[in-house]
Design a protein around this ligand. Structure first.
Ligand code: AFP
Length: 355
């Protein structure tokens, strides 16, 4: 037992005192949900919760039992306190209405209850991602209330269920990491004011999609792979866990760049990741830690959402690398990255065959 450490409850009460004290109470409920989920996920195959269901979610993805149970855990822990106008989740087609028996508040809680759930059967880290927005006044949220750009988030965070369970949180005053002490049941502040290094030599992307990427992303990855022999003049490492929470956590701890860019695999989908409950909260956490998060063409948090479950390209992490990828997009869009062709040898060349 470690006395004197700051617990998550103490931290959020202090940080949200005054105008957003009700949000502080909500965050404590989110932490309670996360502890329940941590216990569920931590049992592994012993829980009897592994495996898929017959159902699919709104994305058309097969739901796992754990997707549904963790969604329930978030709803039950957070619906009662009177802080919420409504909740929305990856696992529900429509926003969740707060039951009549509970009071309504003005906050909106949007979450992915178990991101990376296809990894849970192979005992790889998974996580819960959440974002908090607000509407003008207390009452039942309308669908349109949720469609706010990420720069209006009041708080964002994720829990990572790995060898240790951690909760990483921002309420707009930096990004802070708390580790679950399984003996006391408290989240303790272990990583105050996390900073993402501005430079990195580590990139994360699913290269099996390479042929579907746009040229600026192909260019960036090609240059990283060329290492010392290429224009970057340095060797890079590649990582891919296929669990966004684990990738973002690594980047917060030691830097790096994570990309799930736009591709043309399925023209109906401008990316794989979801704006409201994956990209926006991660973008806020990364920005509060001094990193950057972009679609390649604009800040993620400036994307105006049109639908709750919309997808978005994601490029986030160490600032200088994200800015480089943005520059490559700009050069591609403006034609500035085309190889230089001397006018002496082009169509209008002096040496052109006049015939
Ligand atoms: P699941 O929650 O279905 O496992 O998806 C995880 C995820 O949304 C994100 O956490 C990963 O970065 C990404 O998908 C992995 O995608 P690939 O399967 O294309 O590698």
């Amino acid at each position: 037992m470690q006395f004197g450490r700051t617990t998550l409850s103490k931290f959020v009460i202090e940080q949200t005192r005054g105008q957003h004290s009700e949000m502080g109470a909500l965050l404590i409920d989110v932490a309670a949900a996360v502890k329940t989920i941590s216990a569920m996920v931590g049992k592994g195959a012993l829980s009897g919760f592994s495996g898929a269901l017959e159902s699919t979610n709104v994305q058309g993805e097969v739901q796992k039992k754990l997707d549904v149970l963790t969604n329930e855990a978030m709803l039950r822990h957070c619906e009662w306190g009177g802080q919420l106008a409504g909740m929305a989740s990856e696992e529900m087609d429509e926003p969740y209405r707060i039951p009549e028996k509970y009071p309504r508040g003005r906050y909106l809680l949007i979450f992915d209850p178990l991101d990376g759930s296809s990894n849970s059967d192979v005992n790889v880290s998974v996580g819960t991602i959440f974002s908090i927005l607000q509407r003008d006044e207390a009452g039942d949220a309308e669908a349109a209330d949720y469609l706010q750009p990420g720069h209006r988030q009041l708080a964002a965070g994720y829990a990572i269920y790995g060898p240790a369970t951690m909760l990483v949180l921002t309420v707009g005053t930096g990004t802070h990491g708390f580790t679950l002490d399984r003996e006391s049941g408290n989240f303790q502040l272990t990583h105050p004011d996390i900073k993402v290094p501005e430079d990195t030599r580590e990139f994360a992307i699913n290269t099996s999609n390479e042929r579907f990427w746009e040229p600026p992303v192909q260019r960036y990855v090609e240059e990283c792979k060329a290492g010392k022999t290429g224009v970057r003049g340095a060797d890079f490492n590649m990582r891919w866990i296929a669990s966004m929470v684990a990738e973002v956590h690594r980047i917060l701890m030691r830097g790096g760049i994570f990309m799930y860019p736009k591709d043309n695999k399925d023209p109906a989908k401008p990316g794989r990741l979801r704006l409201m409950y994956e990209a926006n909260p991660m973008a806020m956490l990364i920005a509060q830690a001094g990193g950057a998060a972009s679609t390649g063409r604009q800040r993620i948090v400036d994307v105006a959402p049109e639908a709750l479950h919309q997808r978005v390209p994601v490029i986030l992490g160490s600032k200088n690398e994200v800015e480089r990828v943005e520059r490559y997009h700009h050069e591609y869009d403006t034609g500035a990255d085309r190889p230089f062709v001397s006018p002496l040898f082009s169509d209008r060349s002096l040496f052109r065959d006049p015939a």
